[in-house]
Design a protein around this ligand. Structure first.
Ligand code: GLC
Length: 422
């Protein structure tokens, strides 16, 4: 019991320590700004500390929202020089500088949870009423900007947008992007060992894409037409789908216009139909697909498994996915490794190529629970609890040894622990 109290205290202290003027940095040094899906997940942790602070986290994130509705992946609230590429490299000239891409839109799902779990219902309702138009605009942006041809599948333009930066799922597509040829200084390697971070060849291409957005004047049509990297990322598609369903519920509860609700329902139906094209009977899994070459990549990642969280799986598919889900959990002891350990690309230590991430364990546990995979869901929770108790609040964990990796005192790890099992 006392151990648990100590764990709760340290999780809360991490949020307090990472708190900067109303937003929370993922961890000082390595990530000194506000990140999109980190902010959402961190708000869930703040709900256990101070509800108005939790709402402020979301408000601060929405301060970076673009006029076209996009909620960017990083909001550079104030200058810090320990990060590359910073606002000058991105070149976005908004009042608050931001990046030019988004991140997995878990935001609305979190807001719905916050409304449901709030003790201060009046505050929650007032905040929801204030932010609902921005949340609607964000989701409209995803469908209009990233699926202008109404295929039912949004595209992503950068591995950073996936939130799963160096996932092996996009190695081949990233290889097709030209590398920058000028020299620049990465700053992530000042904070973390290079064997836990993406390789230089990948970084050169990440930066090429950043330059490409700037040279395209951030023009949506130009980028959709010419971007050398376009991915049907099953993780983003799934998180968006789940959040749109929840947005529809929030709109219904708030008495939004029925036309708006119908529009979102049409988008949901389109995705439910289109996701089938990403199913691989050979691998018993959905696969990420290059939206330019239409080539699918047979690398099984937690991103591809997020269809379970999105509740996008048919009964027939579920019967096939279940043994895979189960085996995936058996291969590593600490939850679901970001790449399935039986794939050749699996690296237990390298960032999104194999380590375990607590918030992903949580999303997958929710999905598993929905489909009646109670044991698997419980396994994910227990594994996550073990990591926190035995190892600590790291950014992510080596999926074979459980060792803490990346940044320490990490906000979303502390927040998920507070929300989920502490
Ligand atoms: C890394 C992760 C990304 C996260 C960010 C801040 O870039 O890949 O998912 O949002 O760090 O924690």
């Amino acid at each position: 019991m006392t151990d648990k109290i100590a764990l709760i205290e340290s999780a809360k202290n991490i949020l307090l320590k990472n708190n900067v003027d109303g937003y929370t940095v993922p961890t000082h040094g390595l990530y000194p700004f506000q990140w999109n899906w980190d902010a959402a997940i961190t708000a869930l942790g703040w709900m256990k500390v101070d509800e108005s602070r939790a709402w402020l986290e979301i408000e601060m994130l929405l301060k970076g929202q673009w006029d076209n509705g996009m909620v960017p992946h990083i909001i550079f609230h104030k200058p810090v020089d320990s990060y590359f590429p910073g606002p000058d490299v991105w070149g976005v000239k908004n009042t608050i500088p931001t990046t030019a891409i988004s991140q997995p839109p878990v935001l609305v799902s979190v807001v719905k949870l916050m409304v449901e779990q709030a003790n201060d219902k009046a505050l929650a309702q007032a905040k929801l009423a204030e932010m609902l138009p921005s949340l609607i605009a964000y989701h409209k942006w995803w469908y209009n900007d990233r699926d202008p041809e109404n295929t039912g599948l949004v595209v992503s333009y950068h591995p950073w947008e996936s939130g799963m930066d160096n996932s092996p799922a996009w190695d081949e597509s990233l290889d097709a992007v030209p590398p920058v040829t000028y020299k620049y200084k990465r700053k992530d390697l000042d904070h973390v060992d290079s064997d836990e971070r993406p390789h230089a060849e990948q970084y050169d291409r990440y930066i090429y894409l950043v330059d490409f957005f700037k040279q395209s004047n951030f023009d949506s049509e130009v980028i959709y037409r010419d971007c050398p990297y376009k991915m049907y990322d099953v993780g983003i598609i799934s998180i968006l789908h789940k959040a749109t369903k929840e947005l529809v519920t929030l709109c219904e509860q708030s008495g939004s216009e029925s036309e708006q609700i119908t529009w979102f329902n049409q988008k949901l139906s389109a995705t439910e139909a289109a996701i089938k094209t990403l199913w691989s009977a050979e691998h018993n899994s959905f696969l990420n697909q290059d939206a330019i070459t239409k080539k699918s990549f047979p690398v099984l990642t937690t991103g591809t498994m997020l269809v379970v969280y999105a509740e996008l799986v048919s009964n027939d598919q579920l019967a096939l996915i279940k043994p895979l889900f189960n085996d995936w959990l058996k291969e590593t002891e600490y939850g679901m490794s970001s790449t399935y350990a039986k794939c050749a690309e699996f690296e237990p230590q390298r960032y999104w190529r194999g380590p375990v991430w607590l918030h992903i364990n949580w999303l997958l546990a929710l999905g598993a629970e929905h489909y009646g995979l109670t044991e698997e869901s419980e396994q994910l929770k227990q594994a996550s609890e073990r990591l926190i108790t035995e190892v600590g609040y790291f950014e992510y964990f080596n999926s074979k040894t459980g060792a803490g990796c990346g940044g320490d005192e990490f906000s979303w790890t502390a927040a998920i622990a507070l929300h989920w099992f502490l």
